[in-house]
Design a protein around this ligand. Structure first.
Ligand SMILES: Nc1ncnc2c1ncn2[C@@H]1O[C@H](COP(=O)(O)OP(=O)(O)OP(=O)(O)O)[C@@H](O)[C@H]1O
Ligand SMILES: [Mg+2]
Length: 289
């Protein structure tokens, strides 16, 4: 089972579009996929709303998984033959406050996932645009992080905070955690800016190679998700790009991403020592521009 979080604390970079359509692309190939919606905005759940059949526990969603220990499998809706969705709800926003003071609150999702066993080949988590308790739960539960970026000015701004969070979680709670790749979304190949950002990201990733950090082996995905209006339209039809516009560039790009992802073996987890951790904290104290 490969478990991944689609994460960037920056809003509107393509996390949900990627979580939904990448999951759908994997499921179309026969892989058993669970898409976990961790965003109280519930955009991933709404994106597939027309496809969802009832779950074993009507009215239950991720809030109940966190706060009432409802098993993950019981809230899953079938969206397609091989695709299940664990939906979010605005109530999920209350988890932050309701779990304040609960010991081990960042490990709740990991426990629920362990209970579910190996019933899926892939678990894909759509994270909210923040580094709060929901995102921390995702990072403690998964082995891989995919970072969608929109190639524009300041695309890398804020990345140091995200990497610092990865390092903290990897050192303290989840040594298997690593960044598997950066994905360029809403890509416009003919702009100089996109090419400059692409070069900056590549240089940044290269500069960390072999340094035993959770992002040291991360790659820039060869597949770029081009800007395509069909991808923006699909959510209002409550379905993935493969049902809404199967011949669109958006469908082709997410299909290519699934292919590229499946070709790559999961990178080995780094060995993070306390010394490396302290050193990284120092290096990361300067924000990346
Ligand atoms: N490749 C694309 N081409 C055109 N529109 C896109 C593309 N990817 C995403 N969008 C649109 O851009 C907007 C933001 O995308 P999305 O919701 O996936 O981002 P997000 O990172 O999940 O946002 P949030 O941080 O609010 O959760 C949406 O309206 C979506 O339909
Ligand atoms: Mg989103």
């Amino acid at each position: 089972m490969r478990t991944l979080a689609i994460l960037n604390q920056k809003g509107g970079v393509g996390k949900t579009t990627t979580a939904v359509n990448f999951s759908a692309a994997l499921a179309r190939r026969g892989h058993r996929v669970c898409l976990v919606d961790l965003d109280p905005q519930a955009h991933a759940s709404l994106h597939l709303a027309q496809k969802l059949t009832p779950s074993a526990r009507p009215g239950c969603h991720m809030y109940h998984v966190f706060v009432e220990q409802v098993p993950l499998v019981e809230i899953c809706h079938q969206a397609d033959e091989h695709l299940q969705v664990a939906p979010a709800h605005i109530d999920l926003a209350a988890v932050e406050v309701e779990l304040a003071g609960t010991a081990g609150r960042e490990l709740l999702l990991r426990r629920r996932l362990e209970e579910a066993g190996k019933r899926w080949d892939f678990v894909v988590m759509d994270c909210p645009p923040s580094l709060g308790i929901l995102t921390l739960n995702a990072l403690c539960a998964v082995e891989e992080v995919v970072l969608p970026l929109q190639p524009h000015f300041l695309a890398l701004h804020g990345l140091s905070k995200l990497l610092e969070t990865l390092e903290v979680v990897a050192t303290r709670s989840n040594p298997r955690l690593r960044l598997s790749g950066v994905l360029l979304c809403m890509y416009e190949s003919n702009t100089r800016l996109a090419q400059e950002v692409e070069r900056d990201i590549d240089q940044f990733l290269q500069s960390w190679r072999g340094q035993n950090r959770p992002w040291s082996e991360a790659k820039l995905f060869r597949t770029r998700i081009r800007r395509n209006v069909r991808l923006a339209e699909a959510p209002s039809f409550g379905t993935s790009i493969f049902d809404y516009a199967p011949k669109s560039p958006g469908a082709a790009d997410y299909e290519a991403l699934a292919q590229e992802f499946l070709e790559s073996a999961p990178p080995l987890p780094p060995e993070i020592t306390e010394e490396a951790f302290a050193q990284t904290m120092q290096q990361l104290s300067q924000p990346v521009q």
